[in-house]
Design a protein around this ligand. Structure first.
Ligand code: SF4
Ligand code: SF4
Length: 268
């Protein structure tokens, strides 16, 4: 049973982060995709909680009008829950923040930690991100959640990373930096063991080893981008599994069997 998907609303991004695997791979051909058609198929299929992540190879708040259209389209379904992950550099109006809150969207902001750590890989965007995080808190009454990429410097300075996030009191999703400058799965898991003693973190589940869970490739979770469907955002340099117009009952038949404590992509 599929119970979550990510939809990349476009491939446009205003940053060029050093570790961005989408920019590194550059394998997907830009192509139009009908996000409302995907949501229509989800509505036909879902008979229980179903998560829609508006996240992918572009910055979702650059497509704010389309994002809002999608959220309005989801309003009449009791099963659909939305989240998005933004790079935090696009200022939102108070009305837009209230719109996201009214639609119960979990807004995650990519923030790696203290300023020098964040700025090193994320285009010196720390000040802009923090300003928008504060604006979000002022309007919504709470901080957004955070998504922090864990690389070698985070491992070396883990105390400083934990101390940075503690005052927010928001959930942090630590993800493993992959690629040539990334870290090993055991080192990442040891970091999570320490982090969860200090912070509310997201961990576990059938999702992705990069987020501390098990690999979900070919099970309950698919990634829609550029008119195609992929096993996940890290599998975009593998052949797509379907076109984005696919029915979910057909996607269900594409299941994979392997050791899910490992990353499917890394085991190829
Ligand atoms: S903000 Fe996200 S999509 Fe954009 S370059 Fe950075 S990692 Fe890639
Ligand atoms: S293939 Fe790797 S990156 Fe993709 S969902 Fe599985 S663990 Fe995560």
């Amino acid at each position: 049973m599929i119970d979550r998907i990510c939809i990349s609303l476009s491939d446009r991004c205003n940053l060029n982060c050093a570790y961005c695997h989408f920019r590194e791979k550059k394998t997907m051909d830009p192509a139009p995709m009908d996000a409302l058609e995907i949501l229509r198929h989800v509505k036909e299929y879902a008979h229980g909680p179903f998560k829609i992540g508006f996240v992918g190879d572009g910055e979702p708040f650059l497509e704010l009008d389309l994002l809002k259209e999608c959220l309005r389209f989801m309003e009449d379904s009791p099963f659909l829950q939305a989240y998005t992950i933004t790079n935090g550099t696009i200022p939102l109006s108070a009305e837009d923040i209230r719109f996201l809150e009214r639609h119960s969207v979990n807004v995650g902001v990519s923030l790696d930690g203290y300023q020098t750590l964040h700025d090193r890989n994320r285009c010196n965007s720390f000040e802009r991100v923090m300003e928008n995080v504060r604006q979000y808190r002022d309007v919504a009454g709470h901080f957004p959640t955070f998504n922090a990429t864990v690389g070698p410097e985070s491992l070396r300075n883990r105390e400083a990373v934990f101390s940075f996030f503690e005052p927010f009191g928001s959930k942090v999703t630590f993800s493993r930096m992959i690629g040539p400058h990334g870290i090993s799965l055991p080192a990442y898991r040891a970091f999570l063991d320490e982090a969860e003693k200090r912070l509310p973190i997201r961990r576990g589940g059938l999702d992705c080893t990069m987020y501390g869970g098990q690999c979900a490739a070919g099970t309950n979770n698919y990634f829609f981008a550029n008119g195609k469907v992929y096993y996940c955002g890290n599998c975009v340099d593998l052949p797509p599994v379907a076109d984005s117009s696919v029915r979910f009952s057909d996607l269900e038949r594409l299941s994979l069997t392997f050791d899910r404590s490992r990353c499917y992509k890394e085991s190829l």
